[in-house]
Design a protein. Structure first.
Lengths: 308, 262, 408
């Protein structure tokens, strides 16, 4: 096949008009870019405080398509899912069933202050896509701990010698237990898998939950060029497995991880530099435990019963 | 005054700390423009022998330190400095180049080149000039003692403090007049800031390299890479490129690599 | 020990020196450095226990309320949106008479979003029953937190120590950090005991504290409780004044709840709150040098409202100028409202000019303050309740009220 006949692997349409305000090397603009390449511009994005909302609005509004602004609402911190549900109801009342209503929230807004809101929206099966971009702390206000911060991680509100001693909140289990039509984990290292899942979510109605791990070079302290590698290692070491859950009981593993030892993932990040071998073993065993459970459920669930 | 990411706020705090060590009462404060990288940031320092009452921004400073000369080169902004005040500008040019700004005493110091030569750099090779320029500030504002500045740098959680102090000392000595080659440095400087700065280069000509997998295009966080078809070509927009290096790291064929500008 | 520290760090040091036993806070710009600094103190072993991270401000207040019910000293900190998240809990804590001390970094509410300085956030909580103190400098922030614990624990009411977002929270100033030993002398350990029939009880056992029994949901019981709360609040002032006097004896610094500055022979008195007070002092000095008879009143204590002190210093003045950093939309400035109310007794009329300035972090400069004072001197009587000071014309719409008075 000559170069002129090669099919376009990714659409040329861009919905982010750079320069944007994200930090250099950040993985969130990639996630947002790929998401919008699939969903298109018939979308309303609801962004609570976090990394994304100031970065798409300053220094200039950067979500622009064909000369028109893509609608972004900066909601209060715990209310992204709540505003989204209300917005969708209003659109339906006016006969608009095409516009996707998307809550684009960070881990702080999803796992912590907005969890009740997300749970309520999931329980009502509000017809929205809830996307959680997870950089494992309140990075925009300067790297304070959230419940998405992993065990052993240090942040400004648990500095050494007191790293976080609670394991990362298992948000997928919590949300999937609401039996929503579609929940999936996505990675900024696998664009094709990412876009496939977004395409699938786009075609479903009801509450759809997408959990994206977005490594943060500033907060996790790794060199900028390893931004994609860190995301890839998270998947390959089973720290962040890629899977989909439908109606709470059908689990599909999207990518079989290589099963690399967790050290490969930990040692490139400055926030884990203090870990002793026993602590690394704790993390490895937790990761193994969650992965084994996931595999077991994937094998045996298949519409037979409750996920959790 | 400088751009976000240059350390404008830390510089003000260090100066206030240094002044306090000398027994003065000091205050430092910052005003953020866009609250994001690259936006203009101003910080203010007040040093006094008696209690400082005022808690507002500064509109008539005695000294203005300009860390990013592009702010005064592109336009004539409201400088917030008194007539007859002192402008200290990070630049390789001589003071005469800035005489159009108005009735000020102008001092220039090539803080970027000093910082670079002393190894005070960010990982991507850009020099960090805030501590260097503070050395020059201390030379100009004679009530602050250089040793107090050095102490403040050591205590201020600055990485590689000794390198920063040496860079500051060089700037201080130059301003105070102890180094002889100030003028020569100014002329030779030129675009030293851009020298040895690295950026990604797309090597299409070294075959077989690029297989058009588009990995670099899809992973670029700054959307700096775009492509054309018929024939296939990749464009890197260097105004948007943040030199993060992800394209180089991810390219399976090493068709993009670091180039160094001269 | 003198250190150059920001307002947020000063608040953290104030909390450290008061040695709270449970500290819990949730980050929000411009307060985030307070929980960060306190986490550092815990990491350095300067505080016992550990810093509690919670999932929201509502949880932060709830957590410390629960702890305070068991009779331990607690601390939390927040700002604007977070303070609003706590609103329900604020009423609860005051009604339960819990001596919680909170640092609030003043920032306005969205929409539209603004991350700088405005007093509307704490002023919007003025009906909750919390005591409110406003600080002019970083030194005052540190000292007021220590004083607040002393006062709160004596009267058994919660206290909010307010500091200006950005203008104090991010501003570095020389602060004299007192020795722990001296603070321990001033602030004894907190261990409340109550004698009730049957023995000595801790607070949680007799909660909610009501004299003579527990009347849940009874109208007469609730009204009686509010009578007691009102009485308690009305008597706070003497505790505040005494605490300040004792603070002065030990530390040499004093912060009266209503401070007079060069008011003795002043015709025109400026009333101001927060960091702008410092700038006002500077302007008063400058105008005095030019022969103008102007003075300044600094409102440090806002709740309970020290109406006797306000009347004493402002009644009968030729003109009172209020420069405040808040607005109750459609009405007027809140300090204007309250001071005018306080001065409206015995049918005496004191002309009060209300300037609304500095909303959302707009700078209150010495030039603006001077213009406001000179404008007042020239006016016979105040013409409107709201005079806009420092409003940027190009930011407002064309059909804006042409009768509105604006000074630039």
């Amino acid at each position: 096949m000559t170069t002129t006949e090669m099919p376009l692997r990714y659409t040329k349409e861009e919905y982010i008009q750079p320069p944007h305000g994200f930090c250099p090397g950040c993985s969130i603009p990639s996630a947002l870019r790929w998401f919008l390449k699939v969903v298109g511009d018939k979308v309303i994005l609801l962004m609570p405080p976090g990394c994304a909302s100031p970065s798409v609005l300053f220094p200039k509004r950067s979500l622009i398509y064909q000369g028109r602004y893509i609608k972004v609402v900066a909601t209060p911190f715990g209310s992204a899912a709540i505003f989204a549900g209300g917005l969708k109801s209003a659109l339906i009342a006016r006969g608009d069933t095409e516009t996707q209503v998307v809550a684009w929230a960070g881990d702080g807004a999803t796992f912590d202050i907005g969890l009740a809101g997300v749970s309520g929206a999931a329980e009502r099966n509000d017809d929205i896509i809830y996307v959680c971009y997870d950089n494992e702390a309140y990075q925009n206000t300067g790297n304070q701990r959230s419940s998405a911060t992993p065990w052993g991680g240090t942040t400004t509100t648990n500095p050494l010698p007191n790293p976080k001693m609670e394991h990362k909140k298992d948000i997928m289990s919590i949300i999937a237990a609401h039996r929503i039509p579609y929940a999936a984990t996505l990675s900024t290292a696998y664009p094709d898998d990412f876009m496939r899942k977004v395409q699938k979510a786009k075609g479903i109605s009801g509450f759809r939950f997408l959990h994206i791990l977005t490594p943060c070079p500033a907060g996790w302290r790794f060199p900028l060029e390893l931004g994609v590698k860190v995301a890839r290692l998270a998947v390959e070491t089973k720290v962040f497995p890629l899977f989909e859950v439908e109606y709470g009981d059908t689990i599909t593993i999207a990518k079989e991880p290589k099963g690399l030892p967790i050290e490969e993932y930990l040692r490139v990040q400055g926030r884990y530099r203090h870990l002793a071998q026993e602590q690394i073993n704790v993390l490895q065993s937790e990761v193994n435990k969650r992965w084994d459970r996931l595999q077991y459920l994937a094998k045996y669930s298949l519409g037979k019963g409750c996920f959790v | 005054m400088g751009s976000g990411g240059q350390g404008v706020v830390v510089a003000a705090k260090l100066l206030a700390d240094a002044a306090a060590k000398g027994g003065y009462i000091s205050q430092s404060f910052a005003s953020y423009g866009a609250l994001r990288r690259g936006g203009q940031v101003e910080s203010f320092v007040r040093i006094s022998g008696s209690q400082i009452l005022v808690h507002s921004k500064m509109y008539g400073a005695d000294y203005l330190v300009i860390m990013d000369e592009s702010f005064v080169k592109k336009s004539k902004p409201a400088l917030g400095v008194k007539d007859g005040g002192v402008l200290l500008i990070n630049s390789s040019e001589l003071p005469e180049a800035f005489s159009s700004l108005g009735d000020f005493k102008i001092v220039t110091i090539n803080a970027s080149s000093i910082a670079r030569s002393r190894g005070v750099l960010l990982p991507n090779g850009v020099p960090v000039i805030n501590t260097t320029i503070l050395g020059a500030v201390v030379g100009v504002v004679s009530i602050v003692n250089f040793d107090h500045l050095a102490e403040a740098i050591r205590e201020g959680k600055i990485p590689v403090p000794e390198k920063n102090i040496e860079a500051a000392r060089e700037a201080y000595q130059e301003v105070v007049g102890e180094a002889k080659v100030a003028a020569a440095k100014g002329i030779e400087g030129g675009n030293l800031e851009k020298a040895a700065e690295r950026y990604p280069v797309y090597n299409r000509d070294k075959m077989p390299r690029c297989n058009r997998c588009m990995v670099c295009y899809i992973f670029c966080p700054s959307l700096a890479i775009s492509y054309e078809t018929k024939p296939f070509w990749l464009n890197i927009n260097y105004k948007l490129c943040e030199r993060c290096g992800i394209c180089i790291e991810e390219c399976p064929r090493k068709a993009i690599s670091w180039g160094v500008s001269n | 020990m003198i250190k150059v520290i920001t307002g947020n760090e000063a608040a953290a040091y104030g909390a450290l020196l008061s040695q709270p036993e449970v500290v819990c806070a949730y980050p929000i710009t411009p307060q985030s450095q307070i929980p960060e600094k306190i986490s550092e103190f815990y990491a350095q072993g300067l505080l016992k226990g550990k810093f509690i991270n919670v999932e929201s401000e509502m949880a932060a207040l709830g957590y410390v309320t629960g702890a305070s019910l068991c009779g331990v000293r607690v601390f939390t900190a927040t700002s604007s949106q977070g303070l609003a998240w706590m609103h329900e809990g604020l009423h609860w804590a005051a009604g339960a008479r819990l001596p919680i001390v909170m640092a609030n970094v003043n920032r306005p509410f969205g929409a539209p979003w603004n991350l700088t300085c405005d007093h509307i956030d704490s002023l919007a909580q003025r009906d909750t029953g919390w005591m409110q103190f406003y600080c002019e400098s970083n030194q005052e922030i540190l000292d007021t937190i220590i004083q607040a614990y002393r006062i709160a624990e004596q009267v058994s009411l919660p206290a909010m120590v307010c500091l200006d977002g950005v203008y104090l929270s991010y501003l570095s100033e020389s602060v004299n950090i007192p020795d722990q030993a001296k603070v321990d002398e001033y602030l004894p350990p907190y261990d409340p005991q109550f004698e009730i029939p049957g023995g000595t009880w801790k607070l949680v056992d007799i909660h909610p504290p009501m004299k003579g029994g527990y009347d849940l949901f009874s109208p007469t019981g609730f009204m009686g409780d509010r009578y007691e709360l009102h009485k308690l609040e009305s008597r706070c002032l003497e505790t505040v004044v005494k605490a300040d006097k004792e603070f002065y004896e030990l530390f040499g610094r004093s912060y009266p709840p209503v401070e007079e500055y060069k008011c003795d022979d002043a015709d025109v008195v400026v009333v101001c709150v927060g960091s702008a007070v410092g700038t006002c002092r500077h302007v008063i000095n400058s105008l005095r040098n030019r022969g103008q008879k102007v003075g300044l009143v600094k409102m440090k204590m806002f709740r309970p409202f020290p109406k006797d002190l306000v009347r004493k210093v402002l009644l009968g003045r030729r003109k009172v100028v209020i420069i405040e950093r808040d607005l109750s939309p459609g009405q007027c400035g809140i300090f204007f409202q309250e001071i005018k109310w306080a001065l409206n007794i015995d049918y005496k009329f004191t002309p009060v000019y209300g300037f609304v300035s500095g909303l959302g972090g707009a700078d209150i400069t010495a030039t603006l303050i001077e213009k406001a004072i000179l404008y007042t001197i020239e006016q016979e009587l105040p013409e409107q309740e709201v005079i806009w000071l420092g409003l940027e014309e190009k930011k407002i719409s064309d059909d804006y009220d042409r009768n509105a008075i604006k000074i630039h």
